[in-house]
Design a protein around this ligand. Structure first.
Ligand SMILES: [Zn+2]
Length: 388
């Protein structure tokens, strides 16, 4: 494997130009003085920001229509309209499609994403077809793709789903999902006991879609915190969306933020449409891991999403009303180290010894990279330059 030398870039957090030497898939040296590396492949990235690979912590690859002809959105304005649109048109549009998932992974890779966690629909109609399609596309991609077995249409209200979730975990799916234990399944205690039981039994991560808002959602967050502590699943549980956190009054919010920090539960936000965004700054100040992702990317649930995690970070910053550079940097953190923590990635970062998953952005600062999100100059995964 050829050594790679990135000359004169601005490694995020270092505050000065440096040379980065990559050897055998790892960061070997980060040096403020010029590195001599005979035989290395050299890339001059002077004045450009070097980031660790971007982490897409919440998407739905199995649903995507990306890479095919534009499909005019056909759902009604309600949630039930979107669900019936999704179920009704899948066969006609060939969803899930390995070719479309492959096209989206290629797009993500060009934009500097090196790790993806995707929620794959599991239900008695789809069975494990989505899991297999994502697996096939992922096997041919250099990206690290992890799946969440996701009960999109409920667990308790959709008999047969629990057994399929278990089958998915047995087949090697990395995480178990959940969905609105109250709003969809109407029995939060049973729903959470079931999915936490699966996560405990199979030693997997857990990532729960929680759209339930207000005091109901807040109460469910409390149940999630309790179970994470009781089962000692610190660092392995995430709540996606967690709209309630953005809706509750200050005192209730503070109480939950403290609980999430204590239990080691991560929060994953997509900052889409006008849905409430969790208080990113407060969560980070308390030490809670915050990650982000697109949610759906060009699918039967909605036509938006580009696959670019710097653009997604911009949405998180914008929806959080971040204007100062150090605040905007929190959104970049969610799209990088926050995602890495939520997914439990080892050896992630820019320090010697870390895996050489790197992205070079023609920007002079982290905030500029987020706000402008210019085309990436170079993307490297495991020490191999994928795009430049
Ligand atoms: Zn989702």
């Amino acid at each position: 494997m050829t050594d790679v030398l990135l000359r004169g870039g601005l490694p995020w957090g270092l505050g000065a130009p440096a040379d980065i030497l990559v050897r055998a898939g790892r960061v070997a040296r980060v040096s403020l003085s010029p590195v001599e590396a005979p035989g290395a492949q050299v890339h001059d990235v002077s004045g450009q920001l070097v980031l660790p690979g971007l982490v897409e912590a919440h998407c739905h690859l199995d649903k995507t229509l990306y890479g095919g002809p534009w499909v005019p959105h056909s759902a009604g304005d309600t949630l039930s309209g979107r669900i019936s649109n999704d179920l009704g048109r899948r066969a006609e549009l060939g969803v899930p499609s390995v070719a479309r998932i492959t096209a989206l992974l290629e797009r993500m890779s060009r934009a500097g994403t090196t790790h993806v966690r995707t929620h794959t629909d599991i239900d008695p109609v789809a069975g494990l077809r989505g899991v297999e399609a994502v697996r096939e596309a992922a096997a041919a991609s250099p990206l690290d793709v992890r799946q969440v077995a996701f009960p999109q249409h409920g667990v308790l209200t959709n008999p047969g789903t629990a057994a399929l979730l278990e089958e998915a975990l047995k087949s090697g799916v990395e995480a178990v999902g959940g969905l609105d234990p109250a709003g969809i399944d109407r029995d939060p205690v049973r729903h959470l006991d079931l999915i936490f039981g699966l996560a405990g039994r199979y030693g997997t991560h857990l990532d729960i879609h929680l759209h339930d808002g207000g005091t109901l959602g807040g109460w469910e967050l409390g149940l999630i915190i309790e179970r994470t502590k009781a089962l000692e699943l610190r660092g392995r549980v995430a709540v996606s969306h967690a709209y309630a956190l953005g809706q509750l009054d200050e005192a209730a919010q503070d109480h939950l933020v403290e609980g999430l920090a204590e239990a080691g539960v991560a929060v994953v936000t997509a900052a889409v449409y006008d849905f409430p965004v969790p208080p990113v700054k407060k969560l980070r100040a308390a030490g809670v891991t915050v990650a982000c992702g697109h949610d759906g990317i060009r699918d039967l649930w909605g036509p938006y999403g580009s696959g670019d995690m710097l653009e997604r970070a911009m949405h998180v910053a914008y929806r959080s009303t971040f204007r100062r550079d150090d605040d905007i940097e929190l959104a970049l953190e969610a799209a990088t180290v926050g995602g890495a923590r939520a997914l439990g990635l080892d050896d992630y970062g820019l320090a010697p010894g870390d895996r050489a998953d790197l992205v070079v952005v023609p920007a002079g600062s982290p905030a500029e990279a987020v706000v402008v999100h210019p085309a990436r100059t170079l993307v490297m995964k495991d020490g191999v330059v994928l795009h430049n």
